[in-house]
Write a protein that binds this ligand. Structure first.
Ligand SMILES: Cc1ncc(C[n+]2csc(CCOP(=O)(O)OP(=O)(O)O)c2C)c(N)n1
Ligand SMILES: [Mg+2]
Length: 678
């Protein structure tokens, strides 16, 4: 049990509530400057949408009593109260809300994306995203042996998201130090909880995950102090997560400018009458802990603190426009590792080369860990984590339930807490069920935080067809991933590159999507081209991300491929030799960032470009490579560039159908012959 509320703590909580309210009311006033009498969202000193948390102070103010340095809080789109209670610098926060250069994210995140590494705070405009991220931070604390806790916030609307349920289950099975807080303010925009939610109380949903579920009624700040205190103590003792639902009230609209026609007038009157700050003030007065004079002082101090922050923000300059282009990627750190170009060492299948790279990095750095479905005892269904479980055990080589958004969202939180997670998405085709943490969080948090929060995550995933696994287990999807700014995408074609690229991916401070082709892994039960299995040095080394390799030199035509298509190109080049055609073959190795220079250099020599890809044809890698070359070396092309890609159709099951549509050496030979006029 947390100690009963004493005077000092109560006053601290009261002061925090005052500060939150003044902040929100001042922001509200400023928000409408220039937006009246006709509402124009693009006018005034504060841009964008504005979701205020006035009225919901009790859900956050307890933090000043129970949280300590190193604890982390993951907030929502309505996050000002949680950020202030967690001790985020008020000046930088106000500046961020106004889009100024002195803001937390240098004006690139805005009011829904407030990040403070120093304060251990982050939030997201994606409803429900905080839950798995807090799981990841909780997991990080557990793996690092720290007694910190992670707190996740979500509204009554967010509690109907799948990721809420995946997160609760993960935290429960792993007994993580996480406190899940559902702020039930009755509404998800205009949709009432009574309509959207099958249970009367979200806290009852804890039963399904075998964890305590606590209901805090009527925006009661003291009850919240007690419930949160107990949950934090339990988490610090290593006894696992708690779900707390607080019945709270949103004083204003969902966003500023919300007409609120869906909301009964009486409800707003009731909420004003039950203002939690007034009620707490009365309680403190009744207890003799507060008098008029002290109250006046606290009010003045809180106003002063807020006004100083607002003035700071107002007087700060806007960022220079070039700032928009910065902080997309963190720089690659100095590793001291050799960049080996010569393929040498022992012959290893690609899956063992990958596992060896991960093992060497795990031995070196306790922050590296692996999680995913069947990555443990099984060693990954395509062997990428072969032998790791035996070496490092189930804590660091962690099997997950089938909860892709849960554990990949957790990787985001773990990275924010300082870990370097490797997460396996069993098949790239399953991207659909986990896209959000990849496209909206790991890819953007560095940028939105103005370069504060690094996301050193490796997402490994199996790609490719050729063995009749049909439309949902055979896709390549290079450019689906590569489309998102902030991600890097690599795709080794052989064992040597696989090890070097894996080490580079783990050492990279950015999220890297590491795509391994199933048909290149060297698995005993799946056919593979002999050229995929190469020698691999025993020592750690790097294959630099963003560097293609000329795998065969030639003077007549440049054939560009990645992963499996490199082997088709090599086979074709051998046959073309007999026809007197000398083909140069480039293995991209990295899809993003694309090594345009190496391709252009080759085209300058050959004057002919053929791009071969196993991903879908339209809006894909082939068009990207061709466009990049045309932009830089159009005048060097003797004939129009050509492409062979997977057609824009789902992947068929039947063997002859699949073989008909996949790229192969024969298609390459025919295309090159045409380009050569033969
Ligand atoms: C995944 C996702 N779906 C929908 C939205 C649009 N949206 C933003 S806030 C919101 C309502 C959220 O309700 P709740 O979780 O109860 O939080 P509250 O706004 O009441 O604080 C919706 C639908 C979003 N931002 N993210
Ligand atoms: Mg709500």
């Amino acid at each position: 049990m947390p100690k009963p509320l004493d005077r000092d703590t109560a006053l601290k909580i009261y002061y925090t509530m005052l500060k939150i309210r003044f902040f929100e009311d001042t922001i509200r006033e400023l928000y409408y400057e220039g937006k009246k009498p006709v509402f124009n969202i693009a006018a005034g000193p504060i841009p964008g949408e504005m979701h205020l948390s006035a009225g919901q102070e009790p859900a956050a103010a307890w933090m000043v009593a129970h949280l300590k340095k190193g604890d982390m809080v993951f907030g929502t789109h309505r996050a000002h109260h949680t950020a202030i209670a967690k001790g985020v610098d008020l000046k930088k926060m106000a500046a961020e809300i106004m889009g100024k250069s002195t803001g937390l994210g240098k004006g690139k995140g805005g009011h829904m994306h407030l990040f403070s590494k120093e304060a251990g705070f982050g939030c997201s405009g994606i409803v429900g995203a905080a839950f798995p991220q807090a799981v990841g931070a909780g997991l990080a604390f557990k793996l690092l042996g720290r007694d910190n806790v992670a707190v996740a916030y979500g509204g009554d609307g967010a509690a109907n998201q799948g990721q809420f349920h995946e997160a609760l289950n993960l935290a429960a099975i792993w007994k993580l130090p996480v406190i899940f807080i559902v702020e039930d303010n009755r509404w998800a925009i205009s949709v009432p909880k009574k309509y959207s939610t099958a249970v009367a109380k979200n806290s009852d949903r804890a039963v399904a995950y075998n964890i305590p579920g606590v209901f805090v009624p009527d925006n009661d700040v003291v009850a919240m102090y007690e419930a949160a205190g107990e949950a934090v103590e339990r988490a610090r003792r290593g006894e696992g997560p708690t779900l707390i639902e607080i019945e709270t009230y949103r004083l204003y609209g969902h966003f500023e400018g919300d007409p609120q026609h869906y909301r009964p007038k009486e409800e707003i009157e009731e909420i004003k009458r039950k203002d939690p700050i007034k009620r707490f003030r009365n309680l403190l007065m009744d207890k003799g802990w507060l008098d008029e004079e002290l109250d006046k002082k606290l009010v003045e101090d809180a106003k002063k603190e807020v006004m100083e922050a607002i003035e700071f923000a107002k007087n700060s300059p806007y960022p220079s426009v070039e700032e928009a282009l910065k902080d997309v990627y963190a720089p690659f750190p100095e590793t001291g590792l050799p960049v080996i170009e010569e393929i040498k060492g022992r012959k290893l299948p690609m899956y063992q080369a990958i596992a060896e790279a991960i093992a060497q990095e795990m031995e070196r750095d306790p922050k590296v860990f692996v999680m995913g479905e069947d990555v443990g005892v099984y060693g990954g269904i395509f062997g990428a984590t072969y032998g790791l479980y035996k070496k490092f055990g189930g804590e660091r080589v962690r099997d997950t339930p089938i909860s892709e958004i849960g554990f990949i969202g957790a990787a985001v939180g773990a990275a924010a807490a300082g870990m370097r997670p490797i997460v396996e998405l069993m098949f790239a085709d399953f991207l659909g069920v986990t896209l959000d943490p990849i496209m909206n969080h790991m890819s953007k948090n560095y940028y939105m935080s103005g370069g504060q929060i690094k996301m050193p995550i490796v997402v490994t995933t199996a790609i490719g067809g050729g063995y009749s696994d049909a439309a949902q287990h055979s896709q390549v999807l290079f450019t689906t991933f590569a489309h998102f700014p902030g991600l890097k995408v690599v795709a080794p074609s052989n064992s040597f590159d696989a090890k070097g690229l894996m080490i580079a991916s783990i050492r990279d401070d950015n999220p890297v999507i590491y795509m391994f082709h199933k048909g290149l892994m060297g698995l005993p039960w799946m056919p593979y081209p002999e050229t995929a299995i190469t020698e691999v040095p025993e020592e750690p080394y790097i294959v630099p991300i963003g560097k293609a390799r000329v795998v065969r030199e030639g003077s007549d035509v440049t054939i560009v491929g990645a992963a499996m298509t490199v082997h088709h190109a090599l086979a074709a080049a051998e046959k073309l030799k007999d026809l007197g055609i000398d083909a140069e073959v480039i293995d991209l190795r990295t899809i993003k960032p694309l090594d345009v220079d190496t391709i252009v250099k080759s085209v300058e020599k050959t004057g002919r470009l053929l791009v071969v890809d196993e991903d879908y044809k339209s809006f894909g890698l082939t068009s990207e490579v061709i466009a990049s070359v045309v932009e830089k070396a159009f005048d060097k092309l003797k004939v129009p560039p050509r492409r062979i890609a997977y057609p824009d159709i789902p992947i068929p099951y039947s063997r002859p159908l699949e073989q008909y549509v996949l790229p192969n050496a024969e298609k390459i030979i025919n295309a090159v012959k045409e380009m050569m006029g033969k």
